[in-house]
Design a protein around this ligand. Structure first.
Ligand code: NDP
Length: 459
């Protein structure tokens, strides 16, 4: 296990909101070695003490569940250093006193990934080091390929983590076992028995001041290209020969390769892009997206994306996979819903269906089943099987960091998976860029554009 982490971009939101709180949770759980060190690099000229004070405030806000004494000890593990991540000389000076392998974590704006990796390659890192790169990994196929080539100049693929923290969510972690360790599901997991799959990440959060990133990305790049396609791969993959990271990622890649590339006509019929207009989400007034600070309306960034994809293989031919994500919606809905075909005996006028819902954050499982009504054998009454509450687990970023430290690649998106995801998304980006289909609107606080339901129903 590696005992030190250098966070580049250590004064940013991700570090204070997720990385330091995750390390605090790991420390509280006894999962960090006692001599663990956190090297915090950013380009603000702060003294060590000033950084530690800000970090302590961040921890109080985002890791309040962790005992104050534990938080204090974690802060004592932090050393802050000025470093311009895109400047070789500055990085060399910051890294110079470090011996022994380290994790270099790029918590930087995506535009800085390439210059930072170049500077790291030139500065050099101690042998045995690993690198973790945040998302989005590139902004299209060509830029993802360039990043991969740069990384491989210094790091073996096994030493690279392309971060997708969704892979560490309890609901996502449970997919593999749910599919392959249940006689109840394994033989039924195909188009003969499953009619449709929905992968949904709807949020009530609006832009929240992140225009400088989001207005360049939009929902398709931000959510579907990375997180939701990874979920599709886990849901659609064939069983690997062995339960190891290589088998897992090989089969995920196969599934991504089988996703049909959409023609412009198919993009028009199967996708929706939309952005929110002014409205209320709960008791919060939300301005129209185009009125948010830092938004350039000529960019046409979408805040809602829905795409219906087809997988051209024996298992999934004819089964739509609907991927959907949007901001400023009426409720947080983070789930996978698998709709089974109705039982085919034809003896009930309304036999009902079975829908398996998997809550991504908690891992809760809800399986809609049918039984006869207690008054009448011949009438079907819907019911449900609900899983027990999941044990209190570590947050996704804590599990992810643990994986990086231990060299477990199963939570990393492999180079070929990242590139394949861009191959799926590029035809959609191209069609959207030429105005197909037109941008729609939905009120903040609504359930999204009404046509989204039509497209799902048509599936
Ligand atoms: P921020 O803009 O909040 O933080 C980035 C930090 O990097 C800032 O402190 C910035 O300094 C610093 N920085 C920029 N350029 C350099 C440089 N050349 N050398 C040294 N430091 C530099 O971004 P986030 O923390 O929100 O995001 C970081 C990464 O994490 C992104 O890739 C994002 O997509 C990803 N991410 C973020 C999430 C979040 O909730 N915040 C969630 C999931 C992923 P300055 O302010 O001076 O520019």
């Amino acid at each position: 296990m590696i005992h030190r982490i250098a966070i580049l971009g250590a004064a940013g939101d991700l570090t204070f909101r997720y990385l330091l709180p995750a390390l605090a949770r790991l420390y509280a759980a006894g999962r960090l070695p006692p001599d663990f060190r956190i090297l915090a690099f950013d380009r603000r000229k702060w003294e060590d003490e000033a950084y530690r004070r800000i970090a302590a405030t961040g921890l109080a806000e985002h890791a309040g569940v962790v005992d104050q004494a534990v938080r204090r000890t974690l802060i004592e593990m932090v050393d802050y250093r000025y470093a311009d991540a895109s400047d070789r000389r500055s990085l060399t000076a910051a890294l110079a006193p470090i011996d022994g392998p380290l994790i270099v974590y790029l918590a930087l704006p995506p535009a800085v990934f390439a210059p930072a990796i170049e500077a790291i390659v030139e500065a050099g890192v101690p042998s045995g080091s690993r690198i973790a790169v945040e998302k989005p990994f590139g902004e299209d196929l060509a830029s993802a390929q360039r990043l991969n080539a740069l990384l491989h100049r210094t790091f073996h693929e096994d030493a690279v983590t392309r971060v997708d923290h969704f892979l560490a969510l309890p609901g996502v972690q449970s997919i593999f076992g749910l599919r392959f360790a249940n006689r109840l599901f394994e033989p039924l997991w195909n188009g003969k028995h499953i009619a449709r799959v929905e992968i949904v990440w709807d949020e009530t959060l609006a832009l929240e001041g992140r225009a400088s990133y989001y207005d360049h990305a939009g929902a398709l790049r931000d959510m579907l290209q990375s997180h939701l396609l990874q979920l599709l791969a886990l849901l659609a993959m064939e069983p690997p020969a062995h339960a190891d990271e290589r088998g897992l990622r090989d089969r995920k890649l196969d599934a991504l390769q089988a996703v049909r590339r959409l023609s412009p006509d198919e993009v028009c019929a199967s996708s929706i892009r939309a952005r929110y207009t002014a409205g209320r989400v709960g008791d919060r007034a939300v301005p129209a997206y185009v009125e948010e600070k830092g938004v350039d309306r000529s960019r046409e960034a979408e805040t809602f994306a829905q795409v219906r994809l087809a997988i051209d293989n024996e298992r999934w031919r004819g089964v739509p996979f609907v991927l959907r994500s949007g901001k400023a919606l009426c409720r947080d809905r983070h789930e996978i819903a698998v709709y089974f075909r109705p039982a085919s005996l034809g003896i009930f006028s309304d036999p009902g269906t079975n829908v398996l819902c998997l809550a991504l954050d908690s891992g809760h499982i809800h399986l809609g089943i049918n039984a006869s009504d207690d008054q009448d054998f011949f009438t079907v009454r819907p019911s449900a099987l609900v899983s027990e509450a999941a044990p209190d687990t570590l947050p996704a970023y804590a599990r992810l960091l643990l994986g990086v430290m231990a060299g477990d690649s199963s939570l990393s998106v492999r180079n070929d998976e990242a590139e394949e995801s861009w191959r799926i998304v590029e035809p959609i980006l191209a069609a959207w860029g030429s105005g197909i289909p037109p941008m729609q609107e939905y009120s903040a606080g609504s359930d999204g554009p009404t046509s989204a339901d039509d497209t799902r129903a048509a599936a």
